[in-house]
Design a protein around this ligand. Structure first.
Ligand SMILES: Nc1ncnc2c1ncn2[C@@H]1O[C@H](COP(=O)(O)OP(=O)(O)OP(=O)(O)O)[C@@H](O)[C@H]1O
Ligand code: SF4
Ligand SMILES: [Mg+2]
Length: 315
């Protein structure tokens, strides 16, 4: 069953310098039980896409077009009241910056208990028990329920955020760089929890810079560049045989510790989104760029079941 069906979504930020097209006509479907990784360099629109799904875009940001169908209902048409019921229980999110959603004045335990009790009829005692179990599952000692957010390290706060999000066992969980501040053992623990959720029928969107992590854990990978989805498809196929030159560039920059291969870094930087290059936004950095790439936006093609937006695969 289709859980999420995003159609032609654009989210812009209005700035004094002009309009930033952070998400530019993106279409994406997520199935039940699917684990999807979204990969791309900094500033390519990953978090903006996540915030758009949660409908947490506020001025100067604006969702300017598109549909976000969640189990058939267009989230963009819901009232704020209806949307509040969707957030947390139906679509959960682990934010990239843990301080944005923790209350600095309230103990960790109370925040988790409140979240649990907002959505479930349980007494405080069993909610506390559940809060402690959740902390333990993300590798934190049970007594951390008595701590305030400022008493924890960045990595510990990140884990509290994850505990809060999984407490509600949402239908769809969006995790935005959930493990950046964590060591590999804790990272693995958390990835296993997320994987476990998919076997219970949940869907996961993992947003990360870490291509190896995404390819190891995800069923499908989505590559974003400058507000576009430039390639998406089954993880193993995409990694073994990347089609888009940007995907190839990203893969070449992944450190290969076994082979002690020298890492190639991609030349250049992602463009200024106020005034991106004409045609294909990747053309100034693309080793395969042709004349047409500088003039016309590539069409969306499907090659062996894989989505790719590049003139090399013109249909
Ligand atoms: N609140 C905002 N106001 C104005 N511009 C914004 C705002 N948030 C993001 N942007 C711009 O939108 C673009 C996409 O940003 P976004 O945070 O979605 O990227 P990202 O892929 O999540 O990057 P990172 O990997 O660094 O988290 C960037 O050019 C950024 O500067
Ligand atoms: S459309 Fe052209 S510039 Fe863009 S990625 Fe493909 S070959 Fe490179
Ligand atoms: Mg981000």
């Amino acid at each position: 069953m289709m859980v999420l069906d995003i159609k032609n979504l654009s989210t812009h930020y209005h700035s004094r310098r002009g309009t930033i097209k952070a998400v530019d006509r993106v279409s994406l479907k997520i199935e039940e039980k699917e684990f999807v990784g979204i990969v791309g360099e900094s500033g390519c629109g990953k978090s903006t896409l996540a915030f758009s799904i949660m409908r947490l875009i506020s001025p100067p940001g604006e969702i300017v077009e598109g549909e976000i169908l969640f189990r058939g209902r267009d989230l963009l048409k819901l009232s704020e009241e209806e949307m509040r019921r969707v957030r947390g229980k139906e679509i959960g999110m682990v934010f990239q910056d843990p301080m944005t959603s923790l209350d600095p004045l309230e103990k960790i335990g109370d925040q988790i208990i409140e979240t649990i009790q907002m959505h479930e009829e349980v007494d405080k005692r069993s909610a506390l028990e559940k809060a402690e179990e959740l902390l333990e599952s993300v590798g934190l000692p049970r007594n951390r329920v008595n701590y305030y957010p400022h008493q924890l390290s960045g990595g510990q706060r990140q884990r509290v955020m994850i505990a809060l999000a999984i407490a509600l066992n949402p239908t769809l969980l969006i995790a935005d760089e959930p493990t950046t501040a964590l060591d590999v053992i804790v990272q693995e623990k958390i990835m296993n929890i997320l994987k476990g959720m998919t076997s219970e029928g949940r869907s996961i969107i993992l947003i990360t810079h870490d291509f190896s992590l995404a390819s190891e854990k995800s069923d499908r990978i989505v590559i974003m560049y400058a507000g576009w989805i430039v390639e998406m498809g089954e993880s193993s196929k995409l990694v073994n045989e990347p089609l888009h030159p940007y995907t190839k560039g990203l893969l070449d920059s992944v450190p290969d510790l076994w082979l002690d291969r020298k890492i190639k870094t991609m030349p250049g930087l992602p463009p200024d989104l106020v005034n991106p290059p004409r045609g294909c936004k990747f053309h100034p950095r693309c080793p395969k760029a042709m004349d047409v790439c500088k003039e016309r936006e590539p069409t969306d093609a499907t090659v062996n079941g894989r989505f790719v937006k590049c003139w090399l695969y013109e249909v």
